[in-house]
Design a protein around this ligand. Structure first.
Ligand code: SF4
Length: 430
């Protein structure tokens, strides 16, 4: 039997796709990249924004069309959107199995039951599952993500994650270390530790800094990053660890979301703009070459021009190396979905365009500032165009090389120019 897996969403979903692959492989179900040859068409999906769900539903219509030609095919939706929409996916979208983020282990059994004539069904219990002893296959030859925490207990008013992934829980240290050692044996050089709120890691008396210390001591590992850091939990101890531990990359993703204190309170973010700016100052004092990235939402309900300008003001003050910027997307079931008045869509679009224009210039300036400087690059892939390669600096910047290199190689480069948005490097040491 063969399955095809379509993956949508964040790095967490890419990682969870690896868990699903492992579970199905163990049950003797092989993956195929050819969906018409698959007996089971699966999709792991995201629910964070409406747009992501619409895209997934569009793809589901393509799966259904295949099933019309071959009614024996099984269609499954997995992950956050499965958890949020549940039965509706069966009644309205022709899906056979709907499995939430904590229930992937039952997929092989459900497939067997469906083949034996059982009716379509859902498994959506939030059990606190950590998949601690399931080690997904590495995603590429140079870098890999490893989940340290699952779920979230912060309940930011706009966010669906606590409802679809359940409360935050941390994976045991021994499983995280074992998974990283296995990845290093396969040639992986860089690990990104993942958690919705990774700074809150706690398992059996081990906190996040102790986790970082243990990971950084693993032989053969060259780089460690982590995602995502909630500003309220960032402290001097974490920053000192980034500065002093071997292999920790000088990079921090610190979602701002808004620069207005009124909006931050409505978002239930538990920090003010002043506290955020103080943490940025503390971080840059301790780690002067720190690369800082962020997430920003514009058009949150009730956001005024003054609130929006407060966000632009923080963006101008901090000068983020990069930002993921979005318009507010109401998620049914979250508190913010009922907040009024909404910002008219055209006005939200205008604010987003203005923000993107300002941040893009800052990103470009930060890339241009790399020209003439030397960086260590970990080669991650062939460049999509041409014969060269793509690598990443310790600060998380992608660099183009015109020479081909095998993924996993560490080389030293000098940045010579910016091509479009991307710095271009010339080898100075192999
Ligand atoms: S910290 Fe807030 S935005 Fe991030 S996953 Fe948790 S609830 Fe969502």
């Amino acid at each position: 039997m063969k399955f095809y897996l379509q993956v949508y969403g964040c790095q967490m979903n890419v990682y969870e796709a690896g868990i699903i692959r492992q579970i199905l492989n163990r049950a003797g179900i092989e993956e195929t990249e050819n969906e018409s040859a698959a007996d089971v068409l699966l999709m792991i999906t995201c629910s964070v924004r409406k747009h992501a769900e619409m895209r997934a539903l569009g793809r589901l219509r393509m799966f259904s069309a295949q099933k019309k030609n071959d009614p024996k095919k099984i269609i499954g939706v997995l992950g956050c959107m499965a958890q949020r929409l549940g039965e509706e996916l069966i009644s309205e979208h022709d899906v056979d199995l709907v499995v939430g983020p904590d229930n992937y282990s039952v997929i092989p059994e459900l497939i067997k039951k469906l083949q034996n004539g059982d009716a379509p069904g859902t498994v959506l219990s939030l059990t606190g599952e950590c998949y601690s002893d399931i080690y997904p296959v590495a995603q590429n030859h140079a870098t890999a993500t490893v989940i340290a925490m699952r779920g979230c207990s912060n309940f930011c008013s706009y966010c669906i994650v606590p409802y679809v992934k359940g409360p935050e829980r941390s994976r045991p240290l021994k499983n995280i270390l074992l998974e990283i050692k296995q990845l290093i044996d396969k040639g992986i050089k860089e690990i990104t530790l993942l958690g919705q709120n990774i700074l809150a890691y706690k398992n059996d008396g081990i906190d996040f800094v102790a986790l970082l210390r243990s990971v950084s001591e693993i032989n053969g590992l060259k780089r460690v990053r982590f995602l995502t850091s909630h500003p309220k939990d960032l402290n001097e101890k974490v920053l000192a660890a980034i500065r002093s531990l071997p292999h920790l990359c000088p990079q921090l993703h610190l979602p701002l979301q808004s620069g207005s204190n009124r909006i931050l309170e409505l978002m239930n973010r538990h920090y003010t703009r002043e506290e955020y700016l103080d943490k940025v100052t503390m971080a840059r004092d301790l780690i002067p070459d720190l690369s800082l990235t962020t997430d920003i939402i514009v058009g949150f309900p009730t956001e005024t021009e003054e609130d929006f300008n407060a966000t632009l003001d923080v963006v101008a003050k901090v000068k983020f190396d990069f930002a993921y910027m979005f318009k507010f997307s109401p998620r049914p079931g979250t508190k913010a979905a009922d907040f009024t008045p909404p910002v008219p869509p055209a006005e939200a679009s205008r604010r987003l365009s203005e923000l993107i224009k300002i941040q893009n210039q800052i990103t470009l300036d930060s890339n241009r500032a790399m020209i003439g400087k030397e960086y260590e690059l970990l080669i991650e892939a062939k460049s999509p165009r041409g014969k060269g390669s793509l690598g990443r600096t310790r600060h998380g910047k992608v660099v183009i090389l015109d020479e081909p290199f095998t993924p996993g190689n560490l080389v030293n480069v000098m940045i010579t120019e910016i091509r479009g948005w991307t710095p271009v490097g010339k080898i100075i040491r192999r």
